[in-house]
Design a protein around this ligand. Structure first.
Ligand code: PMP
Length: 290
């Protein structure tokens, strides 16, 4: 992914794609002191941009470092990147990390860095697979407890679990994986939040050990606008067989239908379809902001 044309913003400058490099002795690479974001531009407008920039700063704070750019400055840099690359519909990836100023577990003496890349990334899941609903594996790894890791930070370190679960799912022929948490409660997919439907009501796990996604909150608002009751609660695997529909949400994944998660099967029902359509309308400016 490093050998291509394009422009990347790094520490305040726009540089050619191939030159946006870091040293091998970067603190982040050895000790996972890195946080990132992911957002999409639709028709040249980045959806909920400031919320992503604010979360990036918060994620870094949870890892004990400050990003030396304000939300407004990060927003402007993201816009500059899509413009420099001439993108209209794109995925934007800001990443902030502790640099290579010193080597050792202690982060003391390292400097915070920020880079923003963007590329044209169609659907996260192949449309023909997403249309039928994904088949989810049950992840062999669990989301850690809030006393084990900074679970509300979009920290690269937490993606070790997601990435291993995704690899495990790929190898077994699944499209993605559903992760449980350390208590055994239903948590989320490897890069998206989980929703369920029963008796026309929407259910989603309480985000007490994983990201309270920006898409998640958007979809909850869209459901309420339709007069749908939204229930946020602890969900145990035993309950999964009583849910009729399931979908996952994320800035990259958008609203994606689920056909099955391990032994549990779901249908693609009306409410899932409506919310998928509402989200598409909203991000494309066909619905006033939810
Ligand atoms: N959980 C995980 C693990 C994710 O990677 C993402 C994507 N950022 C989400 C949830 C959904 O977050 P958002 O809707 O803010 O993109």
């Amino acid at each position: 992914f490093d050998d291509r044309d394009g422009w990347i913003w790094i520490d305040g400058k726009i540089v050619p794609w191939r030159e946006a490099n870091v040293h091998v002795l970067t603190h982040a690479m050895h000790y996972a002191s890195s946080v990132f974001e992911g957002q999409r531009a639709y028709g040249g407008v980045i959806f909920k941009l400031s919320e992503h920039s604010a979360r990036l700063r918060r994620s870094a704070e949870l890892l004990g470092f400050d990003i030396p750019w304000s939300v407004e400055e990060i927003d402007a840099a993201c816009n500059e990147v899509i413009k420099a690359n001439g993108f209209v519909d794109a995925y934007v990836r800001p990443v902030a990390w502790r640099g290579s100023e010193q080597m050792g577990v202690s982060p003391k003496g390292t400097k915070p860095h920020l880079a923003i890349a963007a590329w044209e990334w169609g659907k996260y899941f192949a449309p023909e697979i997403a249309a039928k609903g994904l088949r989810l594996d049950i992840a062999p790894w669990r989301r850690p407890a809030p006393y084990t890791a900074p679970v509300h930070s979009k920290a690269a370190g937490l993606y070790m679990i997601a990435s291993l679960s995704k690899k495990h799912a790929d190898e077994r022929g699944y499209d993605d994986a559903l992760m449980f948490d350390w208590r055994g409660q239903v948590a989320e997919a490897t890069g998206a939040n989980a929703f369920f439907v029963r008796d026309s009501k929407l259910y989603t796990p309480t985000p007490d050990c994983f990201l309270d996604g920006i898409t998640r909150r958007t979809v909850m608002d869209l459901a309420r606008r339709r007069g749908v009751e939204v229930i946020e609660k602890a969900i145990w695997p035993e309950e999964l067989e009583r849910f009729e529909q399931m979908f996952i949400t994320g800035s990259a994944a958008e609203v994606t239908f689920i056909q099955s998660a391990g032994p549990w099967n779901f249908e693609i029902g009306e409410l899932s379809r409506q919310l998928c359509q509402d989200y598409d309308d909203l991000v494309n400016g066909r619905l006033v902001n939810a």
